[in-house]
Design a protein. Structure first.
Length: 340
């Protein structure tokens, strides 16, 4: 069935844009979550290393600019709004502006391509909660489907990974290891969704396209109670194991993330890199896909696919995600409290 939309909205996690934003932002993220207070204080220090600024909002604004040009180049004239789950611009404020602008129905582009409670279903709940806050006249909002196995996402990931591999000394490239990394979630949440299998699939496909045999999917940035098991192995544990096996070069591929944010800047570019240096390993971190031309083109293709009601494209062994998620998809399990 064809659908008509009069606007798009980019929906993301949000991040602080100055020192005074950090603690209120983290309180928004962790409100009602089973996360130790010390964890929040520790994460706040991560932000302060970078002046209290996450690059996520700026990157998302850049992605909007790229998508606006992509749409214009293909004679599409949908305005693009921006709203966040945890920091300004907040979703309810954005939907209020859309209402004032006369938007009746919008298509939401969420900056995650994988299915889990926090990366899929919660965003749908956030949008519905924001609509209720706006009240009568709030625009209807449909969420764009997951894209983890869209050919455009694979091609974008491969391009980023190949550029990173080229930074390894030529004679050592055949022996380098790829560590595909994504945000960990509680095991109790993972059993109710396909998050891990989707990450495994895209990692397998990227490794095959780059001709790399030594590769592993790892996880990072867990923030919940130590009493609850989370997906692993942790990236730092994997690095230590690699060192014991004699690995000298590691390419870290942030396969679970669209844009650079604090969990890449601190957890990868500082913590993981420092560990590699201590263990005598040379680490290269691949770019995220958010600025890749093929990724931006993919977003346009997904929009057209949804508007025209076309069959979803997919590569690999897993089916393409449906245009509309089931109401009970991705149960919460134990909330991860992700401070992204």
């Amino acid at each position: 069935m064809n659908a008509t939309y009069d606007a798009l909205i980019l929906v993301s996690f949000g991040g602080p844009e100055g020192p005074d934003d950090v603690m209120p932002f983290l309180e928004n993220v962790l409100r009602g979550r089973d996360v130790p207070r010390q964890r929040m204080l520790d994460v706040s220090e991560h932000y302060m290393v970078f002046g209290g600024v996450s690059p996520l909002n700026e990157n998302n604004r850049g992605l909007i600019s790229l998508l606006e040009k992509e749409l214009a180049d293909h004679d599409m004239s949908l305005p693009i709004y921006y709203g966040n789950r945890n920091w300004n611009p907040m979703l309810a404020d954005t939907l209020e502006q859309m209402k004032e602008d006369g938007v009746k129905r919008a298509l939401a582009i969420v900056t995650s391509g994988y299915g889990s409670y926090s990366s899929c279903r919660q965003y749908r709940e956030n949008l519905e909660d924001a609509r209720k806050r706006v009240g009568e006249g709030a625009p209807e909002v449909d969420k764009l489907r997951l894209f983890f196995n869209h050919p455009g996402f694979l091609e974008s990931m491969v391009a980023c990974t190949k550029r990173a591999i080229m930074q390894v000394e030529e004679e050592r490239r055949k022996d380098c290891q790829l560590l595909f990394t994504a945000h960990s979630i509680p095991n109790s949440m993972a059993v109710g969704c396909q998050y891990a299998s989707q990450l495994e699939e895209i990692s397998r496909l990227v490794a095959a396209e780059t001709g790399t045999r030594n590769c592993e999917l790892v996880y990072q940035s867990r923030s919940g109670s130590p009493q609850h098991p989370w997906l692993g192995p942790d990236i730092c544990d994997a690095i230590r194991e690699s060192a014991e096996c004699g690995v000298k070069d590691i390419v870290v591929v942030p396969v679970g993330f669209v844009s650079t944010h604090m969990e890449i800047l601190f957890d990868l570019d500082i913590a993981a890199r420092e560990l590699c240096e201590q263990l005598g390993i040379t680490m290269v971190r691949a770019d995220t896909v958010g600025k890749e031309p093929r990724f931006v083109a993919m977003l346009r293709e997904l929009i057209v696919e949804r508007i025209r009601g076309e069959s979803p494209l997919a590569v690999g062994d897993l089916e393409a995600p449906p245009h509309v998620c089931k109401a009970d998809c991705c149960p919460i399990g134990v909330s991860p409290g992700r401070p992204g």
